[in-house]
Design a binder for this molecule. Structure first.
Ligand SMILES: Cc1ncc(COP(=O)(O)O)c(C=O)c1O
Length: 309
C-alpha cells in the first residue's frame, strides 16, 4: 500500500525489512524511498517501556550495520536510501538524550561521507517530546529547535519530526462517573465507570494522570484509590490521590488522556469503548459513537457445525 501511495519514505529498521521492501519494489515495479532507522544506543531517561533507542531495545539498526548497508547500498537496486531516522523514546523531557543521539548521528554521517561517499537528503528525528502530566518541566519546541539547528544548518538536509503525544496528549480528557465510594481496610476506593481498558497508561506504566472533579468543589479532601470495574488489581486510574469528597453519580475528568488513551483502549472484560466528543469553543460534536454490545461481536463467526438449529 505504501508503494502504491508513493509515500515519501519507509523508515526501515532492519536489513531484513530493507530486503523485503526491495523485493516488493521489484515485484510492483515501483522504486521505494527509505530512511534507515538507526539505534543510537542512548538513554532517554523515560519509562523503560517507552525507551526505544538503547541497544537492547528491539528498534533500529546498530551503527556498524548501518555502515555496512550504506557501503553495499547498490545491491538494493529498487530502493533509494534517502536518509536516516531515529526515534529514541517517548515522554522525553530533557534535551540531553536528543543531543547525544544527534552527536552520534552526525559523527556517523561524517563517516558515511568519507567511507562511502554518502549524502543524506533527510534526517528524521522521530517524536518523543514530553508533556506535563504532573510536574514535569519539558523543553519547549523553541528550545528543541535551537538545539537541533546548528547540527543540520547548511548541510542540505531536510529535517523531519514525528511528534505525537506533544500534539494531542493534553487536548483530551477521559470523563467518568463515580459508581461507588467503597471503604476498604485503611483505604478509600472510588470505583468509576472507566477502567484500564479505557486508559491503560496507569496500569501499563504506572503513569500519573491528574484527576479533577467535573464540577468545582470546595468541600474537604479525601484520599482515594481511583479504580475501574475491570477484574484486575492493575485496573486503577490513580493511587492514594487527595480529591474533594465525591458522591456516587458525580463526574471526574482524568486529564492528559489525549495520547495513548483511546488508541490503546480495548474491549477487555466485554466493555464497549467510550464515545469520543470533540469540543470546539462552546460547541461539541460526537466524533465516534459509544460502542454497543452488538459491536463487540460484530466480527465474530460461528462455524456451521457449532450453529444451533
Ligand atoms: C517511530 C515513531 N515516531 C513517533 C512516535 C510518536 O511518539 P511521541 O508520541 O512520543 O511523540 C512513535 C511512538 O511510538 C514512534 O514509534
Amino acid at each position: 500500500m505504501g508503494l502504491r501511495q508513493d509515500i515519501l519514505l519507509f523508515n526501515v529498521e532492519s536489513e531484513e525489512e530493507l530486503e523485503r521492501i526491495n523485493t516488493l519494489a521489484k515485484k510492483h515495479r515501483k522504486p521505494a524511498r527509505v530512511a534507515l532507522r538507526i539505534n543510537p544506543d542512548v538513554e532517554a531517561h523515560t519509562h523503560k517501556f517507552i525507551t526505544t533507542g538503547k541497544k537492547e531495545n528491539k528498534f533500529g539498526i546498530p551503527y556498524p550495520e548501518v555502515k555496512k548497508i550504506i557501503a553495499r547500498r547498490k545491491n538494493y537496486s529498487k530502493v533509494e536510501i534517502m536518509g536516516l531516522h531515529l526515534h529514541i523514546g517517548s515522554q522525553i523531557t530533557e534535551l540531553a538524550p536528543y543531543r547525544e543521539a544527534l552527536e552520534k548521528t552526525m559523527h556517523l554521517l561524517k563517516e558515511l561521507e568519507t567511507e562511502s561517499n554518502y549524502h543524506p537528503q533527510y534526517l528524521d528525528l522521530g517524536g518523543g517530546m514530553g508533556i506535563i502530566y504532573q510536574n514535569e518541566e519539558p523543553f519547549t519546541p523553541h528550545e528543541f529547535a535551537e538545539m537541533v539547528t546548528p547540527y543540520i544548518a547548511n548541510k542540505g538536509i531536510t529535517l523531519i519530526l514525528e511528534p505525537g503525544r506533544s500534539i494531542v496528549g493534553n487536548s483530551g480528557i477521559l470523563v467518568c462517573k463515580v459508581i461507588y465510594r467503597k471503604k476498604g481496610v485503611g483505604k478509600n476506593f472510588l470505583i468509576v465507570d472507566a477502567g484500564m481498558n479505557d486508559l491503560l497508561r496507569p496500569a501499563l506504566y504506572g503513569s500519573y494522570h491528574q484527576i479533577l472533579p467535573l464540577q468545582e468543589k470546595k468541600n474537604s479532601q479525601e484520599v482515594y484509590d481511583v479504580v475501574g470495574p475491570v477484574c484486575e488489581t492493575g485496573d486503577f486510574l490513580a493511587k492514594e490521590r487527595a480529591l474533594p469528597s465525591l458522591k456516587e453519580g458525580e463526574f471526574i475528568a482524568v486529564m492528559g488522556a489525549g495520547a495513548y488513551g483511546f488508541s490503546m483502549s480495548s474491549n477487555y472484560n466485554s466493555r464497549p469503548r467510550a464515545a469520543e466528543v470533540l469540543i470546539e469553543e462552546d460547541k461539541f460534536y460526537l466524533i465516534r459513537r459509544r460502542e454497543t454490545y452488538p459491536d463487540l461481536i460484530r466480527l465474530e463467526a460461528i462455524p456451521p457445525h457449532l450453529q444451533g438449529e
